[in-house]
Each structure stands twice: as structure tokens, then as C-alpha cells.
Design a protein around this ligand. Structure first.
Ligand SMILES: C[S@@+](CC[C@H](N)C(=O)[O-])C[C@H]1O[C@@H](n2cnc3c(N)ncnc32)[C@H](O)[C@@H]1O
Length: 203
């Protein structure tokens, strides 16, 4: 990233009310407020849940999931996590590389993963949908029947097909834009409630 773009970003960050609030309230990222909003509205995470989190760095959602009652979180990201907690197991890896290496089932899957953006929307969207498809593969392997998923994807040509897939796999599926999503962003959070399939490994 060029110095001027970085400068521009940090200026924006200084004015961003969610970034200011995150600093003040000691959340690792402004993204925390997206999950707080989603959780208040959809009650995805339940007391005592085992949660799988894809794209977890630096740990904003992880902190919110713990505050929402998660008793165990397996978090995966190639970037480091600032949050440390005895209930969290962090795998520093791309999600594609540990798809088959877990050996437990989960009540809720969270994915806030984003590809590094190139500026070419169709390419970025395709990469984001790939990450969303991977989140669905994790659900097929590890999510309990009746479990919930929230997955971020970028909207565009490939989105309707992805949304149809969500509708097939969950009793209800809904796209939601949390207040903390930036107005210019094409991101949408798809909420799948009550997974129809059963995880192939464990219940
Ligand atoms: C918006 S950030 C997540 C912020 C996080 N939810 C929080 O509240 O702190 C998106 C994350 O997706 C991760 N990511 C991108 N590609 C990934 C992949 N293939 N597997 C796992 N994580 C990935 C990035 O490293 C980045 O940390």
C-alpha cells in the first residue's frame, strides 16, 4: 500500500466512530460492532456454544463470541491474533489448509474472512465467494444439525447462487448489513439459522 493511501486510511480511521469506540471499549477491531449488531438481532451464539471462527484476526469477533456465552472457540486465520484466552484455540493458517484436520463438532460457525482486495471487483467478489464456499464446506463437516452460520461475502454476480445454496442448507437464510459496515462496501453478512444437514464427523 502506498504511503498516501495508508495516510488516507489512518485519517479515515481517526474519524470512524466505530474505530474510536473499539479503542475506547477495548475491542481488538471495529468489526466487533458488526457481530454485536448481528448477535443482538439474530441470537446466533447461544450460552455454552462451541464456536468455529474463520478469518478471526485480530480477535474482535472472538471477544464478542466469548461475551455472548461461547465456551470454546477454534479460530483460524493466517494473520496473528491479539486476543488471548484459555477458551480459544488459535490455528494460524488459511482455512483451506485445515479443512479436514479438526476433530470436533460445533454449534455455530462464524466467518468474517475477506480476501486481500485487488481493486478489481469481479476478482475480489470471486475470491470472497470462494471463502464463503469454504465456510459452507466447514459446516458440512463440522456444524451440528440445528447449528447457525454467519458468513460475509461481497455482493455481485455470484451472490444469488451463493444465497440459494444457503437457503438449501439452512431452515432460514437472510442477508444483513450491520450498521458498522461501511456505506460504500459491497459486503453482506448471510445469516443461516438451523443447519439442515448433519456434520459428517461428530454430533
Ligand atoms: C475483516 S478481517 C476479520 C476481522 C475479525 N472478524 C475481527 O473482528 O477482528 C478478515 C480476516 O480474514 C482473514 N482471511 C483472509 N483469507 C483467509 C483464509 N483463506 N483463511 C482464513 N482467514 C482468511 C484475513 O487474514 C483477515 O484477518
Amino acid at each position: 500500500m502506498s504511503r498516501s493511501r495508508r495516510g488516507q486510511r489512518s485519517k479515515q480511521g481517526k474519524k470512524d466512530p466505530f474505530a474510536i469506540r473499539a479503542k475506547k471499549e477495548n475491542y481488538p477491531s471495529r468489526a466487533s460492532y458488526k457481530l454485536i449488531d448481528i448477535q443482538n438481532r439474530f441470537k446466533l451464539i447461544r450460552e455454552g456454544d462451541r464456536v468455529l471462527e474463520l478469518g478471526s484476526s485480530p480477535g474482535g469477533w472472538t471477544k464478542v463470541a466469548l461475551e455472548s456465552g461461547a465456551k470454546r472457540i477454534v479460530a483460524i486465520d493466517p494473520n496473528p491474533m491479539s486476543l488471548k484466552d484459555g477458551r480459544v484455540v488459535f490455528l494460524r493458517s488459511r482455512m483451506e489448509d485445515c479443512l479436514e484436520s479438526l476433530n470436533e463438532s460445533f454449534d455455530t460457525v462464524l466467518s468474517d474472512s475477506s480476501p486481500s482486495t485487488s481493486g478489481c471487483h469481479s476478482l475480489d467478489q470471486a475470491r470472497s465467494i470462494d471463502l464463503g464456499e469454504n465456510a459452507l464446506k466447514y459446516c458440512e463437516l463440522y456444524l451440528k444439525r440445528g447449528g447457525n452460520l454467519v458468513v460475509k461475502v461481497f455482493q455481485g454476480d455470484l451472490y444469488p447462487e451463493f444465497f440459494e445454496e444457503m437457503k438449501e442448507k439452512f431452515r432460514s437464510a437472510k442477508g444483513y448489513s450491520p450498521k458498522a459496515s461501511k456505506t460504500r462496501s459491497s459486503e453482506i453478512y448471510v445469516i443461516g439459522k438451523s443447519f439442515k444437514g448433519s456434520s459428517l464427523y461428530l454430533q
